[in-house]
Design a protein around this ligand. Structure first.
Ligand code: GLU
Length: 493
């Protein structure tokens, strides 16, 4: 039997980073086993539907390099791949359960259900539910005469279909990550399967689709573990073999607790995949990082391409415990992938970002040298622009922190240095000569290296730190460097 897995997001907003990890684990598992990766859009809750969410999901998966084998954008044999387009079939399946005595029509109004709950609360039941006991006193096809049920259905009365949850049963299943999971049905609500608007609930649609789409493994977040027993009851009621379950550990915030949207925001962690795209993260870095967020290959290797991860990934190496989202670690990955990327591949991206920032990158050769000078220093591609903007335009301001290091004798030191380099010809204006000039200035004035180096850096770059100064000066060229020094001496006197 070949592996078929699905990523089944609800289009209720932008794709959360946790959702991207779920998709990734499904994708890796599928590829590892030469199986199929299905995208199914679970859009039965129309009140929570967000326009554009599906596009965002597809774009995010594509950006991360996960190829969808079947989905709304790539129809296969078991489509459609949007639940809203499968609407007609769910009622048939619900009816099948009614006929086999596993489900029933319920006509109770919300008020009547509230009344029931109030009544039971008053008589000492703290959490009343619509269950094997209470259903007997409600308006449903188990209690009403058959002809009244038919009359109500024919008249188009509002109804829901509920699962007849057995009174006392232990539901057990083996989860590939969590081991044997067991759950008591006592106290479980008779789950609504079809809503009064004719839409199935998540539970029914999810089970019907996983079965009819031939899904062999359900890999999803831990937050769905409590739904799994309900799904198991449904599989049993249908007489279907359930897929193998694997519930992934939660993603935790560095300060503890689940990484909620609010927590992530307060800790400076981008929460939606689109923020990583817009934030110019390397997809390979995010993928590598996410793969390790709850899984490891069992050795101390850390860097793996998507291709390698596909080969290495197995569910038995996924951890049970929550995985802490360490943003610094992500930046470490990002930095690694930036270093691995060639100057030629970086150049067009940096050029675009610089142009977006209104900067002119001059010639290709000039831009390439800027990238070479900064390659070991940046951890994200947009930092080439942030850190290197002075290469492309004369700084109009001096960094405040840097200015703390601009001392009383700084103008004199910069002037002394200028005197040494202005006599160099254009051809002589090279890193080595510029360094020698600085060493001479230091020696002649009997000061420390930093006493000259720092003010020269501030004067020419506007910053207190940055790439190797001498090759940077060489690149900017004699005229530009001298003119920047003059400006600084005027403005910072
Ligand atoms: N639609 C659910 C979600 O938004 C799917 C859960 C599952 O995989 O069963 O995550």
């Amino acid at each position: 039997m070949s592996v078929r897995v699905r990523f089944a997001p609800s289009p209720t907003g932008f794709l959360h980073i946790g959702g991207l990890r779920t998709a990734l684990y499904n994708y890796l598992f599928a590829r590892h086993h030469g199986g199929t990766f299905v995208l199914r859009i679970e859009d039965t809750d129309q009140t929570r539907y967000v326009e554009g969410a599906e596009d965002d999901i597809i774009r995010s998966l594509e950006w991360a390099g996960m190829t969808i084998d079947e989905g709304p954008n790539k129809p296969g044999e078991v489509g459609p791949y949007r639940q809203s387009e499968r609407k007609a079939m769910y009622l048939d399946y619900a009816k099948q359960l009614i006929e086999s005595g596993n489900a029933y029509y319920a006509f109770d109004t919300p008020e009547e259900i509230d009344e029931m709950r109030e009544r039971l609360k008053a008589s000492g039941n703290p959490s009343p539910s619509y269950d094997s006991i209470t259903r007997q006193s409600m308006k449903n096809s188990l209690t009403l005469p058959k002809d009244e049920v038919e009359r109500r259905l024919a008249a188009g009365d509002d109804y829901v279909v509920r699962l007849k949850v057995p009174r006392r049963e232990t539901v057990k299943f083996e989860d590939l990550i969590r081991g044997v999971v067991s759950f008591e049905t006592a106290g479980l609500d008779d789950q609504v399967l079809m809503k009064s608007d004719g839409m199935p609930t998540y539970h029914l649609a999810n089970v019907v689709d996983d079965h009819t789409m031939g899904i062999t493994h359900v890999i999803r977040g831990e937050e769905w573990l409590s739904s799994a027993p309900k799904h198991m009851l449904l599989y049993k009621a249908f007489g279907w073999e359930p897929p193998t379950m694997a519930h992934l550990p939660l993603i935790m915030s560095p300060s503890g607790g689940k990484l909620s949207k609010r927590k992530a925001e307060s800790e400076g962690i981008p929460v939606n995949t689109k923020d990583y795209i817009a934030g110019n993260y390397e997809p390979e870095a995010l993928v590598n990082f996410l793969a390790y967020l709850g899984w490891s290959p069992g050795d101390d290797s850390e860097i793996h391409s998507l291709q390698e991860l596909c080969e290495l990934f197995t569910l038995d190496r996924v951890s049970k415990g929550g995985a802490v989202f360490n943003h610094k670690k992500l930046m470490w990955y990002n930095e690694h992938y930036i270093r691995e990327t060639s100057v030629a591949d970086l150049a067009p991206r940096v050029k675009t970002l610089a142009e977006e920032a209104g900067l002119d990158t001059k010639s290709d050769e000039y831009l390439n040298t800027v990238i070479e000078l900064l390659h070991e220093r940046v951890s994200k591609v947009d930092e080439f622009v942030a850190m290197g903007s002075f290469f492309f335009e004369t700084p109009s301001e001096y960094d405040e922190n840097a200015l703390k290091k601009w001392k009383e004798d700084s103008p004199a030191m910069v002037a002394a240095y200028k005197a040494k380099i202005e006599v160099l010809s254009d051809d002589e204006f090279k890193a080595a000569a510029l360094k020698t000039a600085l060493e001479e200035t230091v020696a002649e004035n009997e000061v420390g290296f930093g006493k000259v180096m720092m003010p020269v850096r501030i004067a020419t770059t506007g910053q207190g730190f940055g790439p190797d100064l001498f090759p940077a000066l060489e690149l900017m060229g004699k005229d530009e460097v001298l003119s920047r020094i003059d400006t600084a001496l005027e403005r910072l006197r």
